[in-house]
Design a binder for this molecule. Structure first.
Ligand code: GLA
Length: 388
């Protein structure tokens, strides 16, 4: 079913604020990575899905080349000319970065008024940034009547993040948000960009995302450090065999044989990436059978590797994972996304959801003083638009 006006409170906000009717609405979902962490920028495999939390946008064209952007989360309106997009290190950078990329490719963008809202927690590692970038791109396409091919759209949004915002992210988030398919996880080969939508049996099991409420503070610096460490590993293996173009091509045996030649930290980073790629493949095979117990085991192992080898977890995420695993009916639990805060993803039996929330919620709060947020979700469709 298409988008319904009643599901967009942003429409009322728009008419109140700008004194006119919005012409377009956009729903741009968050993503959760089910398994395959920090593998995308290493040419590896990922298995994300879009979820039932989204950024919602209501917008209308203007006659001039001014943009007025209001955010319900920050309760502020920011105004800027389309031809002078300056970075301010605020949420508007995601909007401006996307516009800059659209203009650079000569897509016919004009001025517009927009309200950005939704029910997506910011800075919780569910990729509100990529959702905003793809949402703005989709909004402009409908408002100004042009159409960008999906992969071009995905790459454009990623460039906005890489160049304007300044985060050297991989392709996973933008891909997942644009291509999301209800009831399916997306198995993506980040090198060839081939992908397969794999059905997730949702009758008995459900994904429960738990927000640690720890914002991803130092995340970006550490993210770039991890990338450099992987690059050192890649260069080493490339120097012993030219056909090893990314860590994806390195086998675990080859890694072990060369252990002494690698810096111990680089060795562990490589081990995470190499074993994580295998886990994604195994998890997808398990899902196809379906063998959800094995799938859950892969999620559990992924967390251990993120924690010990890649060192991107944190105390709060580890506590959430440990508490979750003690609840009956939980098949797997792991941190999700870049790490250093944000969320965990848990594969939980439907009939145990209440018990899960009660136990994890209470015990997490008593050991950290933080109240976690819960999102119960299946896999959802990607970005959607409607013009009135
Ligand atoms: C962030 C990045 C992604 C990916 C993950 C880690 O979400 O934006 O490209 O690297 O971290 O798997």
């Amino acid at each position: 079913m298409g988008l319904q006006k009643k599901d967009f409170p942003e429409l009322k906000v728009f008419s109140k604020l700008f004194g006119a009717q919005a012409e377009v609405v956009v729903r741009s979902p968050a993503r959760v990575n089910i398994i395959g962490e920090h593998t995308d920028y290493n040419g590896g495999f990922v298995f994300p899905a879009s979820i039932n939390r989204s950024i919602r946008i209501a917008a209308a064209r203007r006659e001039d080349r001014i943009c007025r952007v209001y955010s319900t989360s920050f309760d502020t309106t920011v105004e800027f000319p389309l031809d002078e997009l300056k970075k301010t290190r605020e949420w508007t950078d995601y909007v401006k970065g996307t516009l800059k990329e659209l203009i650079a490719r000569e897509w016919p963008v004009g001025g517009f008024d927009v309200v950005i809202g939704g029910d997506l927690p910011v800075a919780s590692g569910l990729s509100s940034s990529a959702a905003l970038e793809l949402g703005v791109s989709a909004c402009c396409q409908v408002l100004f009547d042009f159409e960008i091919e999906p992969w071009e759209d995905i790459k454009l949004a990623r460039r906005a993040e890489n160049h304007f915002v300044g985060v050297n992210c991989g392709i996973m988030d933008q891909f997942s948000i644009r291509m999301g398919r209800k009831g399916h996880g997306l198995f993506l080969d980040c090198r060839s960009l081939e992908y397969e939508a794999v059905p997730i049996p949702e009758d008995e099991l459900v994904f429960v995302i738990v927000d640690s409420r720890v914002e991803r503070g130092l995340g970006n610096t550490e993210y770039h450090t991890r990338q450099k460490q992987c690059e050192r590993g890649r260069l080493f293996f490339g120097s012993i065999n030219k056909s090893l173009k990314s860590l994806r091509d390195v086998s675990e045996d080859l890694l072990i044989v060369n252990r002494e030649k690698l810096d111990p930290v680089v060795y562990r980073r490589c081990r995470h990436v190499i074993t994580e790629n295998k886990r994604v493949e195994k998890a997808v095979e398990a899902l196809k059978k379906p063998d959800m117990k094995l799938f859950g085991e892969m999620m559990n192992l992924s967390h251990e590797s993120c924690k010990s080898d890649y060192e991107v977890s944190c105390r709060e995420l580890d506590i959430l994972v440990e508490l979750a695993r003690k609840v009956p009916g939980v098949l797997g639990a792991r941190m999700t996304g870049a790490g250093f805060g944000g969320c965990t993803i848990n594969l939980v039996s439907r009939n145990r959801i209440d018990e899960f929330q009660e136990k994890v919620g209470r015990l997490y709060q008593s050991s950290t003083g933080l109240e976690p947020g819960f999102i119960i979700t299946g896999a959802e469709d990607g970005v959607a638009t409607r013009k009135f």
